[in-house]
Design a protein around this ligand. Sequence first.
Ligand code: ADP
Length: 465
Amino acid sequence: MKIRNKITLWITGAGLVAGLLFSVVISYEMIEQPFELLDSELDSQAHTLLAGLDPRDERTVAQSETTMLDSLGRLYWLKVYNGSQELIYSTAMTKYVDLLLKRNGKGYNISAVIPQGTAALEQDDSNEVTFRVRVFTIPFRGQNYLVQIARPMEKLQEEIIDLVISITVGLLLFTITLLLAGYFVAGKILAPIARINTLAKEINDNTLDKRIPLGSNQDELYTLSSSLNKMFDRLQFSFQHQKEFVANASHELKTPIAMQRLFFSEVMQRTDLPGDLTDRLATQSEVVLRMDRLVKNLLELSTLELKETFTPTQVDLAQMLSMILHQFEEIMQASGIQLKVEMEDSVFVHGDEDNLRRMFINLIDNGVKYNSGEKRKIRVSLVKKNKEAEITVYNTGIGIASEEQDRIFDQFYRVEKSRASTSGGTGLGLTIVKRIVELHHGRIEIESEFGSWVQFYIFLPVMES
Ligand code: ADP
């Protein structure tokens, strides 16, 4: 699960627990408080009513008092018993409903069905009326009277249900709001991490000198960025060492290999050597030649990595390409390759001449090396498009399968070992090409119909005239 979703759930969970506790307290208060008020009202009414009844003796109640008190009978369900358990007074409401009363000092609820119109009460849809009841034993003028008093709550029960529904709906809306707010807040919290991630992703082996900018706020993200930067420092240091080692090693190997090549070419000039020795010398000479190519390519690549030989000037690509193609004319003719060139004049880029030349040579050389078929062709084009120079190099041949197309730029990657070994390749040519393109802030793309042709596209930013 994504951290953003986790944070959202945590925030929602915590908010919901707090909301639930709050609702429970509020509901308890809102439900209990009216009952408490009712209970104390029943308590005081019971005492007032008994005093108002003023029973003369145990059995009789003054007539005038009952008339006056009957008006109260419309509001209360009331029965008063004397010490001998005889009913000495009851209100009109007791005629409609008989409540099952408990001898209990505390208030409680009883529901009774009273058909509509029977009493002036507001029944609910099921004709049910809930009463709040209290039963007291009240001493009055030396006698103990049992007072049973109840008050219809009419719609109170429904209101409580409404309240519970409202609280539930409220909680639901609260949860949805929390989810949305939590998701938003989580996004805000994680935004700097996403920024650090994007910046860290931009740092690769070619841009190891880049660092994540540290903000002024010295928080946890500052620590994370600074730790990552320290890690990049260490990586850059070891990469640099590795590149320097490869550069130094290839440089050191160059002279002895050149000497060996010289030795082989001298020895092979001799005509007095036995035939089998000449064959073996030819094989060894080939090995030395490949070693020479490899070391040169390694040296080229490592100097490119170390950016030591990058001296940008204004380069006329059309002129450069024409010269290179001219050099290849002979070998193309010998290989039966037909060359077609379409070039716009004066396409200038700001770049390193030697490296750009190396890039074109590698591409065209591959176009010759890997060309095959009956009608062998190479097409080179140069056009200026949207502030970019687009160079294409097309050649017929076996092409490159789509699954190989990303990998051919990797170091030492060769599509088929057999194809590459006969061509004498090292698997570094296209790596060098790609690196040169990148150093010029350009891009390289490839298109191929496997078994038929391949075309490389290079896009380089042009110099504005
Ligand atoms: P190499 O030194 O082996 O030519 P590259 O890096 O130049 O190494 O090329 C990598 C692989 O890509 C080659 O081994 C070859 O199989 C394939 N390749 C490169 N260019 C072409 C091309 N123009 N046509 C067909 N295959 C090619």
